[in-house]
Write a protein that binds this ligand. Structure first.
Ligand SMILES: C[S@@+](CC[C@H](N)C(=O)[O-])C[C@H]1O[C@@H](n2cnc3c(N)ncnc32)[C@H](O)[C@@H]1O
Length: 392
């Protein structure tokens, strides 16, 4: 899809889409009590979707326009009756509510932070609505001996839910949480038993919805040279040929994107950002990922068994945050999210329970941290003076 499929569009710009929608609202005699959100083109169905907002900015419906015929698609659009009913439910819609109009996204005052400990506890001490993006890869359920803390899957999920609950509290309104997660394979204990696949991402979906996030996207991270070969799959092609014994080698992981529930449209964060130059500088450059399939080589580290690649972190950070935003990783590992956030002009909050990984970051910091380590907030751990002298 894209430019070629748009060649025969009669409606090509947001302005044209708004003009058509405003004609309809005039017919409905609602043009004085409504306004438009940002129209978006839906390439798949060749539709323009023009959000209709009440005067206080709340979304009350949308007008859908066929981009090729320029006709309003009646059965997909919010009806006049629905718009009127929704407006009437909002008493005083004719008067602008000053608090709504003047409301702006908050600018967090958090400094770069490195904390040692269980993030469930560290997050309790983190101020509400002080984080602009959460990007994380949670520990695997029992996949490796070092994660054997969670012997029961339910206990593991409960722990994750408590941590996501805190993530929701510390995240600003309408901001994103992006979770890298994939199904796990529990290997069979003996030849007489079956191995088991656990669909962790689908349980995470339920948890995130329960905690008050809206689902936004499922990005599929494809590892070009494979990833699942080591699990035993892919070495059993003979068995694969028996119907029902077929088992594909997993070469993907999910990157699930959710947004903290809000009545505000996504462009509110752009329109109301207090610093227009930051918005401009944060624009995503050419060559960005245009589909939800991201081909990125996996990363390996001698220091940590499950790091994610810088490229993955960089995409997420650039696509879902502004420069100077605060990016939290509650399962920080050896600091990929924080290092990449810093390189991209964002602030970071790194929480990690394993002291060895925190010690590693302390040593590694002089390779990438450009500021004064004294300006980092250290929680449950201190930066030794000897490390400080290593800074350039
Ligand atoms: C999959 S790894 C993340 C690796 C990281 N993305 C990186 O690139 O270094 C998950 C990490 O979460 C940590 N962890 C597990 N439970 C935790 C908890 N309750 N609080 C904080 N960290 C935790 C583990 O020690 C592990 O380092």
């Amino acid at each position: 899809m894209g430019q070629n499929s748009r060649a025969n569009y009669r409606v090509n710009t947001t302005k044209e889409a708004k003009t058509i929608a405003s004609r309809l609202l005039k017919e409905y005699e609602l043009q004085k009590v409504t306004k438009f959100g940002l129209p978006e083109i839906d390439d798949r169905y060749h539709y323009w979707r023009v959000p209709i907002l009440a005067e206080n900015g709340e979304r009350i419906g949308e007008i859908v326009i066929d981009a090729r015929s320029s006709l309003v698609v009646g059965k997909k659009s919010t009806t006049k009756d629905q718009l009127e009913a929704r407006l009437l439910k909002r008493p005083g819609h004719r008067k602008k509510r000053v608090s709504d109009v003047n409301q702006r996204p908050k600018i967090s005052s958090l400094r770069n932070t490195i904390g040692l400990g269980d993030s469930e506890e560290l997050l309790l001490e983190t101020p509400a609505e002080s984080v602009d993006l959460v990007f994380t890869s949670p520990p695997y359920f029992n996949a490796r001996p070092e994660y054997a803390d969670y012997l029961e899957y339910d206990a593991y999920l409960n722990k994750m839910q408590r941590i996501f609950h805190q993530c929701h509290r510390v995240l600003q309104e309408g901001r994103m949480i992006v979770v890298n997660v994939s199904p796990v394979l529990i290997r069979r204990a003996s030849r007489n038993e079956a191995s088991k696949r656990i669909a962790v991402p689908f349980d995470f979906h339920r948890i995130l919805i329960e905690e008050g996030f809206d689902f936004i996207d499922d990005i599929i991270w494809v590892k070009p040279e494979g990833a699942g070969w080591a699990t035993g799959r892919g070495r059993r092609f003979a068995a694969d040929r028996n119907p029902m014994q077929y088992k594909p080698v997993p070469v993907t992981e999910y990157v699930l994107v959710y947004r903290k529930k809000t009545s505000k449209l996504i462009d509110w964060h752009i329109r109301k950002h207090p610093d227009k130059s930051i918005v401009e500088q944060s624009k995503i450059g050419d060559g960005y990922q245009k589909t939800n399939i991201w081909k990125i080589h996996p990363a390996f580290s001698k220091k940590h068994p499950a790091v994610f690649p810088d490229q993955l972190a960089q995409n997420v950070i650039r696509y879902y945050s502004f420069i100077n935003d605060v990016v939290l990783d509650p399962f920080g590992g050896i600091g990929t999210t924080s290092r990449v956030a810093h390189k991209n002009g964002r602030r970071f909050v790194h929480y990690e329970v394993n002291p060895d990984y925190v010690e590693f970051i302390k040593r590694d910091l002089c390779n990438w941290y450009l500021g004064d380590p004294d300006e980092i907030t250290w929680v449950n751990t201190e930066i030794p003076r000897s490390i400080q002298t290593g800074f350039k």
